[in-house]
Design a protein around this ligand. Structure first.
Ligand code: GDP
Length: 401
């Protein structure tokens, strides 16, 4: 979102923001309690270089040696629990927005879901689809949040990912297919076969930190063929283009993968970027008539305050920008109160540090300091009087496990 992007736009036919919008994902991670949401979040932040140590490898040679454990605890705790954090994976920015574990359709839950463009639903391969999995999934369905199911704990006693996949179909009515097949289960769990790349990935080390890519073992060729056919069939029903990619039997070239990194690839491939999601606002000058927002940085600013937090430096307001650009020093109007305010300081959360930024465009999640408002208020540049609705407009939903 730098000035460099703007300069480049002069010679390009594509709008200056297109690439940075396409390389952005706003996701939440949801799960039944104890399914492994914290562990997964921690690993995503670890493998993308945002935190420097994970539980199981603590104290082992080399990892996290530069930081003492107090710092690490603080860094990790704050990063994982913050309302929004981000990481970078293959030149994509992934904003991870905290989704409250409430069981009800509270206004707090509505707002958290409102700002997501996609989500990961963690399903434990022992517990399967549980009561809270059904609740959070129902909430996401209602708010039209596309989701990717992540089945974990394949190394646990009683792990049965195929049962969980069937439960996702029957209990959650997901249009699901596996994109990976486990090699062994429970204490024999050794790795995964990627049905897209047609490679076997074996994990080594106590946290599976070392990954070796090999050919598919002969005794697994039949199940791989069967599950791959199922995947192609499932995907073809909803997406012709994607079906072509899968139908092409050439393996997609890729560097070696590690654990959740495949999941992150899935986030990039299967979850939408902000311009692929329709967003709707209510025009306060026209009796709350619905207006579709193009969702680009070219339009007038429209941003929603979705979370307030008391921080070390005063009240921090998290905003999701839906349209236009928010800049430090600009004036904006709180449509719910009519108050005009100046944006004093704009930050991006980086662990417990904040990074001051000058501007953020449509699609981004940012935090502002010293803005007196309530959660749920909508800000614009004053040229339009829109408020954000809590609902997205329906999009086709597909889930891949
Ligand atoms: P949350 O309540 O959903 O945040 O769950 P946690 O991340 O705290 O995980 C619950 C328990 O499951 C913890 O003891 C984790 O160490 C454990 N756990 C999480 N993922 C895995 C996994 O893939 N394999 C195994 N064996 N244990 C896991």
């Amino acid at each position: 979102f730098s000035a460099g992007n703007v300069a480049r736009a002069k010679d390009d036919k594509e709008p200056w923001w297109k690439e940075s919008m396409e390389r952005l994902r706003n996701i939440g991670i949801s799960a039944h309690i104890d399914s492994g949401k914290t562990t997964l979040t921690e690993r995503i932040l670890y493998y993308t270089g945002r935190i420097h140590e994970i539980h199981e490898v603590r104290g082992k040679d080399g990892v996290g040696a530069k930081m003492d454990s107090m710092d690490l605890e603080r860094e990790k705790g704050i990063t994982i629990q913050s309302a929004a954090t981000y990481c970078t994976w293959k030149d994509y920015q992934i904003n991870i927005i905290d989704t409250p574990g409430h069981v009800d359709f509270t206004i707090e839950v509505e707002r958290a879901l409102r700002v997501l463009d996609g989500a990961i639903l963690v399903l434990c391969s022992v517990g399967g689809v549980q009561s809270q999995s059904i609740t959070v999934d129902r909430q996401m369905r209602r708010y039209e949040v596309p989701r990717l199911a992540f089945i974990n704990k394949l190394d646990r006693m009683g792990a049965d990912p195929w049962k969980v996949l069937n439960q996702a179909r029957s209990k959650l009515r997901h249009h699901s297919a596996a994109v990976q097949v486990p090699i062994g289960l429970e204490e024999n769990f050794q790795g995964l076969i990627d049905l897209v790349r047609l490679k076997a990935y074996y994990f080594h080390g106590s946290s599976g930190e070392k990954v070796v890519a090999e050919e598919i073992p002969a005794d697994m060729e039949a199940i791989v063929a069967e599950r791959r056919r199922e995947l192609i069939e499932t995907v073809s029903e909803v997406d012709d283009k994607l079906a072509e990619v899968f139908l092409n039997d050439e393996p997609i070239s890729s560097a070696d993968l590690e654990g959740v990194q495949t999941l992150l690839d899935g986030v990039l491939s299967y979850l939408p970027c902000p311009i692929e999601v329709s967003n709707c606002a209510l025009d306060q000058t026209k009796n709350e008539e619905k207006v579709m927002l193009p969702g680009t940085p070219d339009g007038p600013l429209v941003a929603l305050a979705f979370k307030l937090e008391e921080g070390r430096f005063g009240q921090l307001t998290y905003l999701r920008v839906y349209e236009g650009v928010i800049r430090k020093g600009d004036f904006m109007v709180n449509i719910n109160t009519g108050k005009k305010i100046k944006v004093p300081r704009l930050v991006r959360m980086h662990s417990d540090e904040m990074e001051d930024i000058q501007e953020a465009h449509a699609g981004q999640i940012v935090a502002v300091f010293g803005v007196d408002c309530a959660s749920g208020d909508t800000f614009t540049n004053g040229s339009v009087k829109y408020t954000m609705t809590s609902m997205n407009v329906p999009e086709p939903v597909m889930s891949l496990a």
